[in-house]
Structure formats: C-alpha cells, structure tokens
Design a protein. Structure first.
Length: 283
C-alpha cells in the first residue's frame, strides 16, 4: 500500500473497515447468545450462519471457537487441534471466537475474547493486552523489523507473567497480511481455509521471497525485515495456565514518511478498545 491517508473513508480502506466491523458485530452477537452447554462446534456454526445471512460467501478461514483451557491452546501439538470440538461452555469459562470472512472482495480476520460470567483472571489478561497494541503500533512506526517487534512483544508478555500462545500457531505467527480477493458466488475451502485467500497469500509469499520479505509475521529469519506496506491481521495472544485471551484486528502499514501515516490501526471503535477506555474512565 502506498501513502494512504489515515482516513476511514479512503476507498482502499473503506471496504476492509466494513468487513472488519461486520466480523466484530458477528462475534458480539454470537457471544451474547452463548450459554452453558453450547459446544465449540455450535458456536462456530452460529458465526457461519450469522454471516451467511448477511451475504458472506467466502472466507479467509471458517470460524473457530475455543472454550476453557483451549483458549490457551493447552496441549495443542498439531493443526487439527485448532478446529472446533464438542467442548461445552461452562459458567466462568473463557472463550475466544476467531472468524475471517470475505465480503465484497475484502478480507478481515478478527479475534474476540470473552467469558461466560465473572472471571477476574480473564479480565486481567484482557486489560494487559492494551500495552501490546500500543507497543506494536509504536515499533512498526519506528520501522523495526517484524522479527524484532515479535521478540519485544514476547518479552512484554513474559514481564507481565504470561506465556506467548501465538507461538502455538503454524509458523508461530503473530500476524499475516490480508488482501482483496476476487469476488465469487461460491468459493471452496481446503482444511477450513478459502482457496481464493490461500492463493493470494501464496502469491505474496512468492513475491516476498524474491524481494526479501514475508507475508507471515513470525519469530523466524524470514520475518527479519521492516514492515511491508499493506494490511496486516495482528493477534497477540496471552496465556496463563488454562486461560488465554487475544485480540485480532487490521493494522495498516504505508510507505509514508509521516510517522502517524506510516502505520495506524484501521479502526479504534472495536470492543476491546472500548473496554479499555471504559476501564480508564471507571478508574
């Protein structure tokens, strides 16, 4: 992305903001319907149905839902363990909804953390995520390498007393690029990921390999480069024993020399951001 202005109405950003808002609206709607006994599979299906009723026909990946210690990826060793199970939600249990719809050719990938009832530990994890959102934006604007930022995020987690749970994701990614995809009436999936979106990610990977960058933001050498202009779905994920929490949202990176224009969060009116603002007012 070239020097996009920080303007929610800019044509190149409006569509991404719309689909990200739609995804968060879905997560909030489904979270409000969760009750004891609902399974992860049922929660994932509720997300799919809600979005399909509103015109979504394609996905970066189909919706996920994780309950209880699965929010911290406890015991996860292979990719199949990420898929929804028959784990049932119980009072006081944390949950994460992760969904990535494609709408009108625009892609979003979001993560929503919640809890069924009171859970002070989960509240603490959610509050401590705010510092990670600030750190990531600041260091992207400083044009530190993605690998260095990843390591600094991990250091902050350890300082806070948490484990880095995005280490459990494939390639240990904390973020990945998202792009527009060709609109189709129906798009097949493979292992829960949309074919069109995977083609785009693979194309980015091939071009990036040639030019010295990667569309995956990881702790490995292939991410040892400055932030590449474009849109990145960023998801720092904290874990403490059997409890996990994260947010995931789009970070816009441009080639502007103006620090504020060089990187910015696509939207500051999101559930976790509003929660932090409300907590500051209450304090």
């Amino acid at each position: 992305m070239t020097s996009a202005v920080k303007d929610e109405n800019a044509p190149e950003l409006r569509g991404f903001k719309e689909v990200q808002g739609l995804a968060y609206a879905c997560a909030e709607a489904v979270a409000g319907r969760l009750e004891p006994g609902v399974t992860e599979r049922e929660a994932a299906r509720m997300q799919r149905d809600w979005l399909r009723e509103r015109g979504v026909r394609d996905w970066f990946h189909l919706p996920f839902a994780w309950f209880g210690d699965r929010t911290a990826f406890a015991g996860f060793k292979v990719p199949l363990q990420f898929f929804p199970t028959n784990r049932k939600l119980e009072p006081g249990m944390p949950f994460i909804l992760d969904l990535a719809p494609v709408y009108k050719g625009f892609t979003a990938d979001i993560g929503y953390s919640g809890c069924l009832g009171l859970n002070p530990l989960h509240d603490k994890l959610l509050a401590d995520l705010e510092a990670h959102r600030e750190l990531i934006l600041r260091e992207v604007r400083e044009r530190r390498s993605l690998r260095e930022i990843y390591e600094n995020v991990e250091r902050l987690m350890i300082k806070q007393g948490y484990a880095n749970r995005h280490r459990a994701y494939p390639f240990g990614v904390m973020a990945h690029k998202v792009d527009r995809v060709a609109e189709r009436r129906w798009s097949p999936q493979v292992f829960g990921f949309g074919i069109q979106s995977l083609k785009g990610l693979m194309s980015d990977a091939l071009h990036g390999h040639r030019d010295g960058w990667s569309p995956l933001w990881s702790p490995y050498r292939f991410s040892d480069h400055s932030p590449q202009p474009g849109l990145w779905a960023v998801e720092p994920h904290l874990g403490f024993r059997g409890t996990g929490a994260k947010f995931e949202e789009i970070l816009v990176v441009t080639d502007s020399k103006d620090p504020e224009q060089s990187a910015f969060w696509l939207d500051d009116d999101l559930p976790h951001v509003r929660r932090w603002a409300e907590e500051r007012v209450a304090a």
